[in-house]
Design a protein around this ligand. Sequence first.
Ligand SMILES: Cc1ncc(COP(=O)(O)O)c(C=O)c1O
Length: 587
Amino acid sequence: MFNRRLRGQVLQWDALRHTDIQKKGNEGLCGRGASPIISHHYASPAATQNRRSFREIYRISLRLLPLLSPSDMLLIDLIESVYHSSYAAQWRFLIVENRTVPPKTVMEYPLNAPTVYPMKRYEQFADEIATLIREGVLGPGERIPSVRQASRHHGISPSTVFQAYYLLENRGLITARARSGYFVREHARRLLGEPRVTLQPNDPAEVEVSELVFSVLDSLQDDQTVPFGSAFPSPELFPLSRLATSMTRGLRELSPQQVVADMTTGHTDLCRQIALRYMLGGIQLPMEELVITNGAMEALNLALQCVTQPGDLVAVESPAFYASLQVLERLKLRAVEIPVHPREGVDLEVLAERLEALPIKACWFMSHLQNPLGASMSKERKQALYQLLKQHQVPMLEDDVYAELYFGSTPPTPVKAFDDEGLIIHCSSFSKCLAPGYRVGWVAGGRYAEAISRLKLMTTISPSVPAQAAIADYLQHGGYDRHLRKLRHALEAQQGSMLAAADRYFPAQTRITRPAGGYFLWVEFPEKIDSLRLFNMALDHGVSLAPGPIFSATQQFRHCVRLSYGHPWTQSSERGMETLGRLLALF
Ligand SMILES: Cc1ncc(COP(=O)(O)O)c(C=O)c1O
């Protein structure tokens, strides 16, 4: 069964037991109409004594609510108490269908759950204000509610408001003025317009970008350059020493049998942790669908090989992540370029027309934080995209490596969540958000999962089992969500600094994106700017960037560049932007 879409509401929250459910069934418990029940049930008396664990059950239950359909019951069974004083607990989640008593298990996760660090109230409040700023409700220079007003209005203590404002100051979103209060930072100004991304219409094209891409990538190796061209965030933003601890512990706990067995199936705990994260995001993923790979790149490569033959047509975004174009080139596939709107994502009208007119065999899209534009499709557009693919029975590789890097507090829903036929091949990894260099990624392969798994066994066999064990241990004990929140806040502050610098140094006609996450800006300069020339000139001055043509199968976007704000903002970053501004004035 592939991802059923699930929804529901709590009717009852009490300490029901298995026996109650079995005796009375859902109808007996909540009347006709079969609504979901959440029950919590403690196997260990210690757990009941721990109020923290109780709060955790409640919080997790609320997060699980979107998973429920009206005909589902959710039984959350705490099988072991909280250990030490941390929030870590062992959970077993069961989703049972109400029609079958005793309940038929649709899915069971006997797992060591990740340590959960719930968002504090001040963090939630800071996120609410940040969203108002990002959406322009609170404009640049505008005063935000005073501590007293906010405290009264939101029913939170003044010290909680202070903590939230302090956090927002650190994130570079607001500033304090002596005796006047807090104001939205000026640099959130919307002086520079949004890129228009115009695409010259073209026929399906053979792809030849590798030479250009390699020449650009080679020149990015120098660590003395200001890394605006880099594809990865700064290693300083990752919990590398905590990961090293997890590596040691993960290795110690690996049994000799596992070292070999996990090569074919993927490290069991890691698979469970990944499946749990899908589940919390509203996707019920059968474990057999998951294939652990050497980063997302291998997942995408294998998937594309499984659904195409040389010479086939593949719909790609324009602009697109350059490595996707290199994969098409290597597999001798032809690209059908579909324009991408800088905020709304892939153009569905053009896609519909191309699917009608051409025998497209697969699509390779990013529905969220698209590289390089940062576009994120709305839920409605994702659903419409899925319906289009379903109508034409065309599989889609959903490249979702930036899934965790959204700003704000609402995680995005991937197109995969709408998939009821196994058409969406969802690929992601830990490279951008946790462990660059560990090369651990995965694919939820839908109806192609088995073919992908076999192809992996015929090529690389497996990613390193110790690396998988390390990440599994980190997800369970390392505080992944807490790390992600810190990372997102850092990236958001860095984005603000880069946008402010672009405002200061770039020509007034420059257009620039403001993505709600990730770490790239797409910059469209006036037509006369040649980004390949600018790239060489900037390198001579110690600044790297990614020129527009590497993001196109037909080498368009000559006057555009992608800039990374993935590194902490320093004086050298500021000077780098100033240098680019000076070089632009020479054209
Ligand atoms: C859009 C996109 N997809 C896939 C990848 C590859 O991810 P990984 O490093 O996990 O192979 C990258 C890395 O740059 C990327 O930007």
